[in-house]
Write a protein that binds this ligand. Sequence first.
Ligand SMILES: Nc1nc2c(c(=O)[nH]1)N[C@H]1C(S)=C(S)[C@@H](COP(=O)(O)O)O[C@H]1N2
Ligand SMILES: [Mo]
Length: 217
Amino acid sequence: MFEKVFGRRQQEESVREMNRLPPGQSLTNKFPVLHYGPTPHTDLSTWDLKVFGLVEVEKTWNWEQFNALPRTKLTMDIHCVTRWSKFDTDWEGVSLGQLVREGFITPKPEAKYVVQHCEYGYTTNLPLDMMLLDNFLLATHFDGKPLELEHGYPLRGVIGTFADRHEVKSAYLWKGGKWLRGLEFRAQDQLGFWERNGYSNEADPWREQRFARGGWY
Ligand SMILES: Nc1nc2c(c(=O)[nH]1)N[C@H]1C(S)=C(S)[C@@H](COP(=O)(O)O)O[C@H]1N2
Ligand SMILES: [Mo]
């Protein structure tokens, strides 16, 4: 936003005044890459997404089937626990909330949490009710183009905040798994990779829930 006209500092002041900059964050116009381990090179011909656990019918969608699901575009601000925030980012993909509302996935009544399973075993967990909100997307595109390899191609979870809807619960960016291959519906919560390694399970950027209490950070 305003990239050509204003410098970074002025843009940051502007989002701060609009109450869009969570505490302890600063604005970046770059898109930093952050993950643990190597970047997978996915072959779309063998790729699939498994929906399993506490759902009425388990699903395995190949790339073609996944792309036939109803699609959504949305604009969000995203916040990384390493203190950068990026504003007005454009995403396209599939809304889990819409899949549930339209009957493509039916969670069992006991399902309260979802674990995102990614290539190489990365996981992250969220309450089901948060993943059904408009600000969680199974994203295939960023900024009008397919995701770049290192940002999660071909599919990632992404969660952010809306400029004008602060009441919608949100989380730091690590709660979106890059190179997503599975969604596991569960009755009990199960900590994901960063959550087991000292990060907050709630991860609300407005409350600065960065690290778990009692963690070693
Ligand atoms: N599969 C996988 N997804 C991941 C991670 C990871 O290590 N592996 N790191 C998370 C973290 S800590 C962050 S901040 C975001 C970063 O997304 P980006 O690299 O697109 O900025 O991805 C999240 N998703
Ligand atoms: Mo991160």
